[in-house]
Design a protein around this ligand. Structure first.
Ligand code: ADP
Ligand code: 5GP
Length: 198
């Protein structure tokens, strides 16, 4: 069995992570997605259990107490966390799972879980990022400003990642991410079974 892999994806809010990942999953349906638990309010159009399980702060704190999270962080006043069980199950069966987490979550996963690689999705410019957040229309002006302030810190930490993909042309960005994942599948240490058989 090939070794599984944990694929960490981060990038500032509005850089296009969700949009890129939706297209990627159409091309690579074999890859799993880690559904995060989150205490923020549901946005219009979001579906419970699709990208997030929306829970209360008290329910989130119970997950922390039960040690049910692989990592968690507070981002713009809300809890976000990765449930442990589905990730462990996927890796144990030799699969690949994408974790879309913020820069602190990514650092924790790198520290605690082997067999990972990380990709930073960057916007083409800060102005484009601002315009994408405004045009998405899902946050108040105040929250957009908070997210843009956070974005500066996140862009400073992009060098912690193994790869960077600039999401300017969407199809190019999706193909670049796909190529990174395909290359990672050929790493020697993920394919020890091939050599063992020879
Ligand atoms: P994130 O998940 O990183 O917060 P989204 O995927 O929600 O970002 O994208 C933010 C906004 O930018 C959305 O309105 C989306 O339609 C738009 N968007 C994403 N990628 C592109 C792109 N390559 N070109 C133009 N608009 C984009
Ligand atoms: P949003 O509210 O825009 O969906 O997400 C805000 C930020 O939280 C993004 O940077 C996103 O990557 C991050 N995020 C989403 N899920 C998780 C998670 O499970 N853990 C951590 N640490 N961050 C997450």
């Amino acid at each position: 069995m090939n070794k599984g892999s944990l694929i960490i994806i981060s990038g500032p809010s509005g850089s296009g992570k969700d949009t890129v990942l939706k297209k990627l999953f159409k091309k690579m349906p074999e890859i799993e997605f880690s559904i995060s638990s989150v205490s923020r309010a549901m946005r219009e159009g979001e579906i419970q259990g699709e990208k997030y399980n929306f829970i209360t702060r008290a329910e989130f704190e119970k997950m922390i107490a039960d040690d049910a999270l692989l990592e968690y962080n507070v981002y713009c006043d809300n809890y976000y966390g990765t449930p442990k069980a589905p990730v462990e199950r996927c890796i144990a069966s030799g699969g690949e799972i994408i974790l879309e987490v913020d820069v602190n979550g990514a650092a924790n996963v790198r520290k605690n879980c082997p067999d990972n690689f990380s990709v930073f999705i960057a916007p083409p410019s800060f102005e484009v990022l601002r315009n994408r957040l405004i045009n998405r229309g899902t946050e108040t002006d105040e929250v957009i400003e908070k997210r843009l302030a956070q974005a500066k810190n996140e862009l400073d930490r992009a060098k912690e990642y193994d790869y960077i993909v600039v999401n300017d042309d969407l199809d190019v960005a999706v193909d670049e991410l796909k190529n990174i994942i395909l290359s990672e599948r050929h790493k020697i240490d993920r394919n020890s079974d091939i050599l063992a058989k020879l």
